[in-house]
Design a protein around this ligand. Structure first.
Ligand code: ADP
Ligand code: MG
Length: 397
């Protein structure tokens, strides 16, 4: 039922960590947690991990659109003009969403619940996401779009949320998990205020890495493997790598999670608010790394990685270049012609380069080809391997 993580701490998967099993949200907190350079005791870790678990469960309950009484449920059920009082954490996230909405020119918008439902990507479709299905009618999509305007959602005093259109429904799925990593981080930082804390935590494809990785006395950056979005046919687990990462939040969005193939096209769970349909910009995976110096780095990484699917490719690359300047963001964009683009100053290695970097004796092949940003075009042709992947997926269902 849970998505495979789209990121991995390469060669250093959490050896010991707290993980939940009951909740829908999969998270982990590495037990390699250092305070002022000293690893904390297992007792202290267990206590902290339990609090992190409670925090995840609590926030999941606030943001779950399907759970009666949750903040999001109540906002969605509210009539036009009705003020709904929400938890301060929901309010803070919605305030941040306003900023993200503006920053992405509306490409990132949480007001898309109706469209997600229309295309069959809400939790009610769990277990059926990959079933091939015809498109919803153009009328139904146009109708849902008229109710999907996030600018009609206003945030008022006393943590209140009011909708101009009673039909508008929000869905925080594109940002909530990254935001949860920020909350986990705030909890840990508060507990050890005045000390230097190093830790790593993950909430479903959203990683937060505070400090570096302790390795037999030395501390170095983490190496992060980016899950190959075409692993089903390429057979490789990691398509590319980000190396020497520390003090950063990292998120990957891909079209290989919650998607189906119908008449030779991939329809995945990221909806382009310009069309009301699953994004079709030729992008198959985006990984965004945001330094922790940016406020809400986790939520930003999550939202930014989603947004790159809802802009023409050249606009997405220009958008990441702006984020690189403003926050020091690094972005890795993989396209359906099996090329990849990198933006920002982080180190991105292809499979062969990574094997050399870690001195691996194994022979590996590259799956994706590095492409210069100047060569990017908004029309991205599918390559042969992409056609083979689509045919393979179609054959499974
Ligand atoms: P994942 O859930 O795989 O981590 P993302 O972070 O990319 O993926 O978020 C995708 C989810 O965000 C969708 O399942 C949906 O809930 C929501 N969503 C879809 N399209 C958009 C969009 N254009 N802007 C914001 N959220 C979106
Ligand atoms: Mg996201």
């Amino acid at each position: 039922m849970l998505a495979a993580a789209a990121l991995a701490l390469a060669g250093a998967l959490f050896t010991g960590c707290a993980e939940n099993v009951d909740s829908f949200i999969e998270y982990s907190l590495s037990d390699e947690l250092y305070v002022d350079g000293q690893r904390i005791s297992s007792y202290e870790y267990a206590e902290l991990a339990a609090d992190v678990g409670d925090l995840i469960a609590e926030t999941e309950a606030l943001f779950d659109a399907e759970a009666e009484g949750s903040d999001v449920f109540r906002i969605n059920a509210a009539a036009a003009g009705e003020a709904v009082t929400v938890d301060a954490r929901t309010y803070a996230l919605l305030s941040l969403c306003k900023q993200l909405y503006a920053e992405t020119d509306g490409a990132f918008t949480p007001a898309l619940y109706d469209l997600s439902e229309l295309w069959g990507f809400t939790p009610a479709y769990e277990g059926r996401y990959s079933d091939p299905r015809p498109q919803p009618s153009a009328e139904a999509v146009a109708e849902a779009l008229t109710h999907s305007d996030f600018s009609g959602v206003t945030l008022g005093a006393g943590n209140t949320v009011t909708k101009a259109d009673g039909e508008t429904k929000i869905d925080l799925g594109g940002v909530a998990k990254g935001y949860m990593t920020d909350l986990v981080s705030a909890l840990i930082e508060e507990r050890y205020a005045g000390h230097t804390v190093e830790y790593s935590a993950e909430v479903m494809s959203n990683l937060i890495l505070a400090g570096g990785k302790h390795d037999s006395g030395s501390v170095r950056g983490y190496n992060i493997g980016i899950t190959d979005p075409r692993a089903a046919t390429t057979g490789t687990a990691q398509g590319l790598y980000l190396t020497s990462v520390r003090d950063a939040a990292i998120s990957t969005s891909s079209d290989a999670y919650r998607f189906y193939v119908y008449e030779g096209n991939i329809y995945s769970h990221i909806i382009d608010p310009h069309t009301g349909a699953p994004s079709q910009n030729g992008v198959i995976s985006v990984t965004v790394c945001v330094p922790l110096s940016a406020e809400y780095a986790g939520a930003r990484a999550d939202a930014y990685s989603t947004a790159g699917f809802c802009m023409p490719l050249t606009d997405a690359l220009a958008f990441y270049a702006r984020l690189a300047e403003e926050y020091g963001v690094t972005a890795v964009v993989i396209t359906q012609d099996f090329c990849y683009y990198t933006v920002g100053s982080g180190t991105v290695l292809n499979r062969k380069e990574y094997a050399d970097y870690i001195g691996s004796p194994l022979t590996v092949e590259n799956v994706y080809t590095f492409a210069e940003i100047s060569s990017a075009s908004d029309t991205v042709a599918r390559c042969e391997q992409e056609e083979a992947y689509i045919a393979y997926i179609a054959g499974l269902h």
